[in-house]
Design a protein around this ligand. Structure first.
Ligand code: DQA
Length: 145
């Protein structure tokens, strides 16, 4: 059974309360629950984490290699736009990473248009709300989708 790690970066613990006109009313727990449901349906195991600290996210990416995860789904939050440390951590591991953004970053402020992480991911899903996490999970687990 495939094992997928899902990492959420800074301020995503505020989902549901934080700028709901941009990020919607679902909480991060709601997202976790609906991903666990999907994981059961498609027969994979997920671990879901959130951290406001860059180093914690780097450590989780490294540890996932030792713990033999088959893939990573990451929403790095604002780190997306400037964290070379997270970018290098993703480049340092052998499993595939899919980048997810809830909002359409390209329709927002200029600083959100650029991701330093994208070049080392297999793909990026943006602007589809929390559904993006589900699509990322399907793409990592179901090769024939
Ligand atoms: C985000 C977009 C980022 O620009 C922002 O800093 C976030 C959330 C998204 O999911 O739309 O924290 O990654």
């Amino acid at each position: 059974m495939k094992k997928i790690l899902i990492l959420n970066g800074p301020n995503l613990n505020r989902l549901g309360k934080r700028e709901p006109h941009i990020y919607g009313s679902e909480t991060l727990d709601d997202v976790k629950n609906s991903l666990e449901l999907l994981a059961n349906q498609i027969g994979c195991k997920i671990d879901f984490k959130q951290s406001n600290h860059e180093g914690d996210i780097v450590d989780s990416i490294h540890n996932a290699e030792d713990e033999e995860y088959d893939g990573l789904i990451i929403n790095p939050g604002a780190f997306t736009h400037y964290s070379y440390a997270i970018r290098d951590a993703i480049a340092s591991v052998s499993y595939p990473t899919v980048e997810v953004h809830i909002s359409n970053v390209h329709a927002r402020e200029l600083f959100r248009h650029h991701s330093v992480v994208s070049p080392v991911t297999v793909g990026q899903i943006v602007g589809l709300g929390t559904k993006g996490y589900k699509l990322a999970l399907l793409s990592l687990v179901k090769e024939d989708i």
